[in-house]
Design a protein around this ligand. Structure first.
Ligand SMILES: Cc1cc2nc3c(=O)[nH]c(=O)nc-3n(C[C@H](O)[C@H](O)[C@H](O)COP(=O)(O)O)c2cc1C
Length: 181
């Protein structure tokens, strides 16, 4: 199984902690030798915002030179994708949104592939805030549109960079998500 982790956070904080816990769960599985994990940190990539020129409709890749073709290739190859993002202004981060917008160039290739999808959404607000519902719904709509299957959708309340690292119970839950993916 090829697992792709798309990290939407620009800092070494809660999202990275969550990703590490999920990776630990994946690494400790009995079938770990058959699992290949790739992590892409969106903040470290050069992505030109989509200009809706529709040239990708002919070329199946963005006409502008950026890192989106390599990311889309990783998406295409993946059996499972984990989207991990902080909440920024009731939404996903701009860094992750830039990556997702470029799915447009390969949507027909991604479509109907039944990829397993996991989402991790981390915000400062308590879990009853609408932001988690809004973002998880966005991932649900994207997955439905592409014929992908959400296998977990985790929302976490944490703010300072080390908050989640101190929450042993949540870390154990995240490890289990990796173990059961
Ligand atoms: C620009 C910006 C906007 C934010 N907007 C929200 C928000 O709307 N709701 C919220 O709960 N937290 C918000 N936060 C807080 C982050 O979601 C929170 O600190 C999260 O733990 C950051 O994840 P990280 O440690 O992986 O970077 C915002 C933080 C930043 C920097």
């Amino acid at each position: 199984m090829k697992v792709l982790i798309l990290n939407g956070s620009p800092r070494k904080g809660n999202t990275l902690t969550a990703i590490k816990a999920i990776r630990k769960g994946l690494e400790e599985r009995p079938d770990a030798a058959d699992i290949e994990v790739t992590q892409i940190d969106a903040a470290g990539k050069e992505i030109i915002p989509c200009k809706a020129c529709n040239a990708c409709g002919c070329m199946s890749r963005c006409i502008f030179a950026d890192d989106s073709p390599e990311i889309n290739a990783a998406v295409e190859e993946a059996d499972a994708i984990i989207f991990a993002t902080p909440v920024y202004w009731w939404g996903i981060t701009a860094q992750l949104k830039l990556v997702i917008d470029k799915f447009y160039a390969r949507a027909s290739k991604f479509s109907g592939t039944g990829k397993k999808i996991g989402t991790v959404v981390i915000g400062e607000a308590e879990l009853d805030d609408a932001e988690y519902e809004i973002i998880q719904k966005q991932f649900q709509c994207i997955s439905d549109y592409l014929g992908w299957n959400i296998v977990f959708a985790k929302s976490i309340s944490a703010n300072k960079p080390k908050d989640l690292a101190a929450d042993e119970q949540m870390l154990a839950e995240l490890e289990k998500l990796g173990a059961e993916l």
